[in-house]
Design a protein around this ligand. Structure first.
Ligand SMILES: Cc1cc2nc3c(=O)[nH]c(=O)nc-3n(C[C@H](O)[C@H](O)[C@H](O)COP(=O)(O)OP(=O)(O)OC[C@H]3O[C@@H](n4cnc5c(N)ncnc54)[C@H](O)[C@@H]3O)c2cc1C
Length: 312
């Protein structure tokens, strides 16, 4: 996460400025407002604005005139009920806006979440930074043998060194080619005044998926929780999960009651099929259920047993 001194000064100035408001604020989120939370080697996620809090969810659900005088436990009960029964629209009353710096391959996964408003840094207009993602050694793993979409054993020794060298060399070469095509360096300085540079919108095609892009990403609390439930899940690729985990910290500070309900009824809960439920009932009744007599496919059986063995 390389921020220039100017960018750091801008963030610090915005964080220092006090803006009196009659609107609800979340004190814990205010503490980190505008601050970049580092993710991966050069990325970050930072909250740049938000609207509403836990009380706004409750207010919307009750269609009330004000913040009300009910006890916190009643509000918690209502939020738990809404989360449990997927009564989702009250959560859409809260909004949050992030500034994210992320590798392009992570952005490609992220952009599939269509229920957000996005404005991406324009590589037609500006020159992309010379920053690319290099996985840290503990994340440098071989292709999984059991799951086509995952990673297996961590690479070590010469194999790991070779991978890192290739990633680094190819990215450096790609950026050098990009600069040559542009005939400009990262600061915009012309390299060879004797020739024209290629248009930025074309020169960027030489860069790889590991280069970083940036965007502003705004969504409501309901859709944010949907995004987090998919992308903070162990099935998601590590790199996008790292962003989701940083964002979960912001949710915890912003709407702590909703966050607790989200952990209870979504993140740490699990959907179980009708046949899976029957297997659990039979087991509770003392029956020795096996995959063969369960009615589940071998894969479903593995998934159910993994779920039941999952540490709490
Ligand atoms: C582990 C994992 C692996 C994945 N692998 C692949 C893959 O191999 N290939 C691939 O292409 N994608 C893949 N995806 C992306 C996935 O298929 C979804 O596109 C992505 O997770 C966005 O989910 P979403 O549509 O629910 O989210 P959003 O776009 O945010 O939508 C939220 C909800 O709004 C509703 N909605 C939004 N748009 C529409 C619409 N047009 N019509 C109807 N309802 C709508 C749906 O209810 C949806 O659930 C993967 C995702 C994950 C988490």
């Amino acid at each position: 996460m390389r921020l220039t001194p100017e960018q750091q000064a801008e963030i610090a100035a915005q964080a220092r400025a006090e803006q009196p408001t009659k609107r609800a604020t979340a004190a814990a989120l205010e503490e980190i407002l505008y601050q970049p939370l580092p993710v991966l080697d050069h990325g970050f996620v930072r909250v740049v604005d938000y609207m509403g809090d836990d009380a706004a969810v409750v207010q919307a659900a009750r269609v009330s005139y004000g913040r009300g005088t009910r006890r916190t436990s009643e509000d918690r009960g209502l939020i738990n009920y809404l989360m449990r029964h997927r009564h989702t629209t009250p959560f859409e009353m809260c909004e949050i806006k992030y500034h994210v710096k992320l590798p392009i391959f992570v952005a490609r996964q992220w952009i599939r979440h269509r229920t957000a408003n996005v404005n991406e840094y324009s590589a037609r207009y500006s020159i992309l930074d010379n920053e690319f993602y290099i996985p840290s050694p503990e994340h440098l793993a071989a292709q999984a043998t059991t799951n086509r979409q995952g990673r297996g054993e961590v690479l070590e020794g010469a194999a790991a060194h070779r991978v890192l060298d290739l990633l680094r060399e190819d990215a450096k070469r790609a950026y050098a080619g990009y600069a040559e095509l542009l005939n400009e360096d990262a600061s915009g300085a012309v390299l060879d005044p004797g020739r024209p540079g290629l248009a930025r919108e074309l020169a960027r095609v030489n860069l790889t998926l590991g280069f970083y892009t940036q965007w502003y990403w705004k969504t409501d609390l309901h859709n944010l929780l949907h995004f987090l439930s998919l992308r903070a899940d162990p099935h998601a690729q590590y790199e996008i999960r790292a962003y989701a985990e940083a964002m979960i910290e912001t949710v915890k500070r912003w709407v702590p009651t909703t966050y607790a309900a989200f952990l209870e009824y979504r993140m740490n809960a699990a959907p179980i099929s009708a046949t899976g439920l029957e297997v659990i009932r039979r087991r509770l009744a003392g029956e020795a259920v096996t995959q063969e007599n369960s009615g589940l496919s071998p894969r479903e059986w593995r998934e159910l047993t993994a779920l039941l063995d999952r540490p709490s």
